[in-house]
Write a new protein. Structure first.
Length: 230
């Protein structure tokens, strides 16, 4: 996969920040109002990038929400995301509405392009991202098999954007992927939700683009083979 991200030369902050980004970085634009606008419906889905102590990067779809201007994650302690955050307490929250990116982050990680972030050592996803939130870990707590991690935003800036009108197929694919992550983490039994997933896949195949239809067929094959590893 991607390696030695820690050892890359990030370049100077001055050379990459736009005037609006500088205002964000200096606190002259209210970061919390921007985050509240993007996360105004409570619990949202994003793609989290992290690195281990050797600089090897990982990407993972994950639910996020705001709490007192912190971005909060609740990864399972068995995940690479949790282990990476305990080794290198930095992360990037890549916000997008593109279900294909979520699918790739789960099953085709090597197909994603990464590039240097502006402040943290963790890379960002080079793709149709609506908002980048570069963070460090402020505090975390462990409760049984899950951790609650509070990320402090350090630098927030817009990406090229997913530019997707509302699509039932796109939204349902993200919902299916949420189920699959829970099945992979063994907190859901595939037999409990298989009928619901099959229903969603049928709608995706009826309403989705050719790309989404191919992804739906791939997921159905994984369900049949019970191979939901990521």
């Amino acid at each position: 996969m991607w390696s030695n991200i820690l050892n890359h030369n990030r370049g100077s902050l001055k050379s990459v920040l736009t005037p609006r980004d500088k205002l964000l970085r200096e606190g002259l634009v209210d970061l919390s109002s921007i985050l509240r606008r993007y996360f105004r419906y409570g619990h949202h889905e994003a793609i989290i990038t992290t690195i281990d102590m050797l600089g090897n990067a990982n990407v993972a779809p994950m639910g996020v929400f705001l709490s007192n201007d912190y971005v909060v994650l609740r990864p399972y302690v068995s995940t690479r995301t949790y282990r990476n955050l305990t080794e290198v307490p930095e992360a990037v929250v890549n916000v997008t509405n593109d279900s294909v990116l979520f699918y790739k982050a789960l099953y085709e990680k090597n197909s994603l392009r990464l590039r240097r972030a502006r402040v943290v050592r963790v890379p960002i996803i080079d793709g149709p991202i609506d908002l980048y939130i570069e963070c460090n870990v402020e505090k975390y707590f462990i409760n049984n098999e899950r951790a609650t991690i509070y990320l402090k935003p350090l630098c927030v800036y817009e990406g090229p954007g997913s530019k997707i009108a509302f699509s039932r197929a796109n939204s349902l694919l993200i919902e299916v992927l949420v189920y699959l992550t829970k099945i992979s983490a063994r907190v859901l039994d595939v037999n409990e939700v298989k009928d619901r997933i099959e229903c969603f896949l049928s709608i995706i195949e009826r309403l989705g683009s050719e790309e989404l239809i191919l992804i739906a067929k791939s997921i159905r094959s994984k369900l049949t083979l019970k191979d939901l590893r990521n």
